[in-house]
Design a protein around this ligand. Structure first.
Ligand SMILES: [Fe+2]
Ligand SMILES: [Fe+2]
Length: 327
């Protein structure tokens, strides 16, 4: 791995040539190929990407995950969060389904092979865990941080709670890879199986890298923000951000089945509206929207926007033509 520390004036194309795995970082920052001879700074600027955050991630990965080249203040948390969300989308909607497709092609599907069945079952169980892990981050952690970025601290949550429960989701993939290498009986599809193994090795490395970005860049930056917000809150006179009747409405919702307000919020979510848009549309605070969404997830036991969409269609809360969440 290259040990070079990149600066804004380096050519973007050189980054890829030095370390092709940085291609993933670029696509997650929405930087399209075709850089010409433009510098990192120029490419970031023309694509409205925060250059310091981009370089913080690139240098962190490139320097073997050592956090020496930047200050926490250099990081735009919003930009880093968008990067992490894109990575989730990549793993869940592209990389893992792609590995499953190749696994199916590679393994011996004749029913007399129990190992085949177990490998697939293990993989499917693993994908479910990854989905749960990433949906939790998308739905709770990032929502909490977005709220924090607006200067509002949720008293019931802190980033330390995330740290304490943050699993290393790459480890089970290591287990699967090792099981295939050690125990999978050889057959005529060896080339295809080797290709899947390459993909699993890459995915494992990419997931481990993703975890490290969360643990060593995202979490410290959010801790720093939490302190800043807390000091602002203590300085400022206490402002009630949630109106009394909104709070009463939320409290009432804790007990019952889905309330009318919760159904309205589900409709907005599956139409693709952000928390901010929902708050403006329903004339309530973002904090209230977030609390409603938490209650909805708990009541329905649904954390994925996709499954929420299915629920909304089946229960006739929306027409399929209005749905903006991909299903
Ligand atoms: Fe993540
Ligand atoms: Fe994570």
């Amino acid at each position: 791995m290259s040990k070079k520390l990149y600066s804004p004036t380096d050519k973007m194309g050189d980054l890829i040539c030095d370390n092709y795995s940085l291609l993933q970082v670029m696509s997650r920052f929405d930087l399209p190929l075709g850089f010409g001879d433009y510098s990192v700074e120029e490419v970031c600027k023309s694509n409205s990407v925060d250059c310091r955050t981009f370089l913080a991630v690139v240098n962190f990965i490139n320097k073997g995950y050592s956090r020496t080249s930047f200050a926490l203040e250099d990081i735009s948390i919003q930009s880093l969060m968008n990067y992490l969300k894109k990575a989730h989308h990549y793993f869940l909607d592209f990389q893992l389904p792609n590995i499953r497709r190749k696994l199916l092609e590679a393994i011996d599907c004749s029913m007399d092979n129990d190992v085949t069945f177990l490998i697939l079952r293990f993989f499917d169980g693993y994908v479910q865990e990854v989905r749960k892990h990433m949906n939790y981050e998308d739905m709770y952690v990032f929502t909490y941080v977005e709220h924090l970025l607006q200067g509002q601290k949720d008293e019931e949550y802190c980033i330390d709670m995330f740290v304490r429960h943050h699993d290393h989701i790459d480890e089970k993939l290591t287990e699967l890879k090792n099981s295939i290498i050690k125990y999978y009986p050889a057959n005529q599809n060896a080339h295809v199986m080797n290709a899947v193994l390459f993909d699993i090795f890459n995915c494992e490395k990419d997931l481990a890298s993703h975890n490290k970005v969360e643990d060593y860049l995202f979490v410290p930056a959010v801790l720093h923000l939490e302190k800043e917000v807390a000091s602002r809150v203590h300085e400022a006179p206490k402002v009630e951000t949630v109106e009394v009747n909104e709070q009463e409405e939320v409290n009432k919702d804790i007990q019952d089945d889905l309330s009318q307000r919760e159904k309205e919020i589900i409709t907005c979510v599956v139409k693709g509206m952000s928390n901010k848009e929902i708050a403006e549309y329903l004339y309530i605070s973002i904090h209230t929207v977030i609390t409603h969404r938490r209650n909805i997830a708990r009541k329905l036991q649904i954390h994925s926007p996709t499954l929420l969409t299915v629920y909304a269609i089946v229960n006739k809360l929306v027409d399929i033509s209005e749905v903006k969440v991909s299903i």
